[in-house]
Ligand binder design. Structure first.
Ligand code: BGC
Length: 765
């Protein structure tokens, strides 16, 4: 529900090869040190908090039911995106031939972020006799969700207190280093055929776990039900008396059904805003809703109360340790157009860590604010310095923190948020400060060549993570990454526009708060017009200075040899080679520029920088880099799908898009989905549907629509909020229907149409 996320593991299971129960709380981290090859490696991890799901049963005092060790006659599991309800029905037969029907459904409340509930039912189909039921709250595990982290210290929880009385139990644990207390409380209701039963609840405890045991003489054909109502609290943001709170909550929730009604109402509001309706392509329809669902459980309206951003892998697993990356750039537009207050809260997560970013910049000899590539609890750099190559099994240096472009993403997100929402209050109070401090950082990183007058930016890595350094270089980092330099030019050039939107008083205030001088602004404009790029005679923008000197890779050979070559860097490393030597990219790099900025803007920046490119340079660059990209990140296809559409190659665009759409559904990276969803590609595909295929461009002052619907999409309907006007838009292959809640103007295929408040308008195209 945005505050916590619980994986779909069955109630009866514990962690193992086939099952991995996990619950993660937004912003809940713990830092541990592990000695590796003579040095201490520190990692801040996303903590798998106590498992609130556990319920099990046994017949005749035999073994507890284990779905991995029984005959499953039938099983069906369903996740209802509309309500967030996860249900399962199983028919099982044990070694004695006893048949049992097991049903469960559960939910995390979208209306009260602390609450969760399970309804668990067992029906003995061909036997009667003594049965026992056990429910527990269990904090005795360690993090084990990502195999390659298993050699690291992963014991993040330590027990504090546990206990219970009657049908109510509680468990309090804390994280070992960050000292965050986590409390779970549960209330049980035991029913037979829908009628409450007064049964004895045997509560027992061990360190870090509390059990409730119920014995019952079961009769063939009757349905025994255990309803478990749960409340979860943490001391993370200074909350007091969390145990009392959690116990009060469970005491005062009446039933699963009541909780479900409230939560479903909250979900209805969410779907009302976010749903995309597609006719003609059921798979796209289903996958887009799946993506919206997973985004909403990763960050929801609850997040306004939290100090957290959207992690790269949602609240779904332990990969990337729950860290926050530049992926916000792909994710935030979804919140900008549907939940501006959540988008603002995501930006506030960054703003609250601005001082850490200032410190980080100054540690490296720069001014302003340099945000970390991976951010966790307090905003320090969390990127690991060594990384395990799962193919070779060897630890190697990790230079990815040189992806300083994360700060550009934060500046871009700040500007986009403001542009879409017109929230000048945010800019005046927080956004401008963050934006200007990022400008300051880049200005101090740019070095002027006294001969050419051009500015260069050294020691960075672009979004393509395969290239970390020059062949045979002693130190990591690359010079004049095109994406970085163009985005820096955009950002510095945007400063006067941003300032002009602010009141005189707030301008004065910010100048004085961060001691900004007019001379600095002048220098920024000079840099913005003089950054160095390398561009070939044919108009190919070199990914960085020196990229053209790299060797070409024999793609056919590697495809044949390995089949799956997404992680070409790891394959090359395992062969004793390095991706640094080859023209091989993990994901869009120079091309990323066109994902952020419209082509006219990029054209203007290139012209201002003094470069002349051929008219068809975009499609030339697209084919050049596509042929050299292995799509090792799911983000890659999203970007290329948009660019292929701009370049007019609809077939290629659809191929990349449909692949991106199935990233997690088909687990296209072969195992990474189990470690957490890919929030960036999920939001990216939702936004490409709106921005590329429905063709809604939010980058100008007026909403502009230029549809290029995939041919099987016969109808697409969605809503969005732009500059305080709520729109509902329906696009068909030759018609756009627009409904707005205020008088406005919209461009359709470059022609401006007036739209009257609450009056549907139809435009043929
Ligand atoms: C991608 C990065 C991304 C990170 C987290 C990596 O595989 O290359 O661009 O930020 O995953 O999603």
């Amino acid at each position: 529900n945005g505050f916590f996320g619980t994986r779909g593991a069955m109630e009866e299971t514990t962690a193992g090869e086939a099952n991995y129960p996990g619950t993660y709380i937004a912003g809940m981290y713990n830092r541990l040190i592990t000695p590796i090859s003579g040095r201490d490696i520190e990692n801040e991890d996303f903590v798998n908090v106590p498992n609130w799901l556990k319920i099990n049963f046994k017949i005749d005092d035999e073994n507890w039911f284990n779905p991995n060790n029984t005959i499953i006659n039938s099983i069906s599991r369903e996740l209802d995106f509309r309500t967030g309800l996860l249900s399962k029905t199983m028919l099982v037969t044990d070694m004695e031939g006893r048949q049992t029907k097991i049903e469960s459904c559960r939910m995390a409340s979208m209306s009260n972020m602390h609450l969760a509930a399970i309804k668990y039912k067992v029906t003995p189909l061909n036997y009667s006799g003594p049965m026992s039921f056990c429910s527990s709250l269990d904090g005795t595990h360690k993090n084990e969700g990502v195999k390659r982290y298993n050699s690291l210290n992963q014991q993040h929880l330590e027990p504090m207190t546990q206990g219970g009385d009657g049908n109510t139990t509680f468990l309090k644990v804390k994280t070992t280093q960050s000292n965050i207390e986590i409390v779970e409380a549960a209330k049980l209701q035991f029913r037979v055929d829908g009628i409450d039963q007064p049964v004895a609840h045997g509560v027992s405890t061990d360190d870090g776990i509390v059990y409730t045991m119920i014995d019952y003489q079961a009769k063939e054909g009757e349905t025994i039900e255990l309803e478990k109502l749960v409340s979860i609290y943490t001391s993370q943001f200074g909350e007091k008396d969390i145990l009392t709170q959690a116990l009060w909550d469970v005491e005062n929730i009446n039933s699963f059904d009541e909780l479900l009604i409230d939560s479903t109402k909250a979900w209805e509001d969410i779907w009302e805003k976010t749903d995309i309706e597609i006719k003609g392509d059921r798979m796209s329809q289903k996958l887009l809703r799946m993506h919206i669902y997973h985004l909403m459980v990763s960050a929801s309206p609850h997040n306004v109360k939290l100090d957290a951003s959207v992690t790269a892998r949602g609240l779904h697993g332990e990969a990337y340790r729950g860290h926050i990356f530049w992926d916000e750039l792909f994710i935030m537009p979804f919140y900008d157009i549907h939940f501006p207050e959540v988008a603002r809260s995501i930006l506030m997560y960054r703003y609250r860590r601005l001082d850490k970013a200032r410190k980080y910049a100054s540690e490296y000899g720069f001014n302003g604010a340099m945000f970390p590539w991976q951010s966790g609890s307090d905003g320090r750099e969390e990127t690991q310095v060594v990384h395990l190559n799962p193919i070779s099994g060897e630890w190697g240096e990790d230079h990815s923190s040189l992806q300083r472009h994360v700060s550009l993403a934060i500046a871009y997100n700040t500007w986009q948020y403001f542009h879409i929402t017109d929230d000048i209050n945010f800019i005046e109070k927080y956004g401008a400060e963050m934006f200007l401090e990022i400008c300051r950082f880049w200005a101090s990183k740019a070095e002027k060549d006294s001969l050419t007058g051009k500015y260069s930016i050294k020691r960075v890595m672009g979004p393509d993570e395969f290239h970390e350094m020059y062949p045979d270089a002693d130190e990591s980092g690359l010079k004049d990454n095109a994406y970085t330099n163009i985005m820096v030019s955009w950002m510095l050039g945007t400063v006067p526009v941003m300032l002009s939107k602010m009141s005189d008083a707030s301008q004065k205030e910010i100048f004085s708060k961060i001691s900004l001088k007019q001379t600095e602004l002048k220098l920024w404009i000079e840099i913005s017009k003089n950054l160095h790029l390398v561009i070939s005679d044919e108009g190919i923008i070199s990914q960085y200075d020196g990229y053209f000197d790299l060797k070409e890779l024999d793609w056919d050979y590697y495809r044949e040899k390995y089949g799956n070559i997404y992680r070409m860097d790891r394959l090359l490393k395992a062969e004793g080679k390095s991706a640094d030597d080859y023209k091989v990219a993990k994901q869009a790099d120079a091309l990323m520029t066109f994902y952020n900025l419209d082509k006219e803007k990029v054209d203007q920046i290139l012209t201002d920088l003094g470069y002349r490119l051929p008219a068809d340079y975009l499609s030339k660059n697209l084919s050049y880099y596509l042929a050299r990209t292995s799509h090792g990140s799911t983000l890659s296809r999203v970007v290329h799908a948009q660019l292929a559409d701009i370049a007019g190659d609809d077939e290629l665009s659809w191929k990349l898009y449909s692949n991106a759409l199935s990233s997690d559904y088909n687990d296209i990276q072969g195992g990474t989905t189990a470690e957490g969803i890919h929030a960036g590609v999920m939001a990216g595909t939702v936004m490409i549907a709106i921005s590329t295929y429905a063709g809604v461009d939010l980058r100008g002052d007026m909403l502009s629509i230029e549809p290029t619907l995939p041919k099987q999409w016969k109808h697409m309907k969605f809503r969005l909020k732009f500059k305080n006007v709520q729109y509902s838009i329906t696009v068909t292959p030759n018609n756009v229907a627009i409904f707005a809640d205020a008088d406005t103007q919209v461009k359709v295929l470059h022609k401006t149409y007036p739209i009257q408040s609450n009056k549907p308008a139809e435009i043929q195209y």
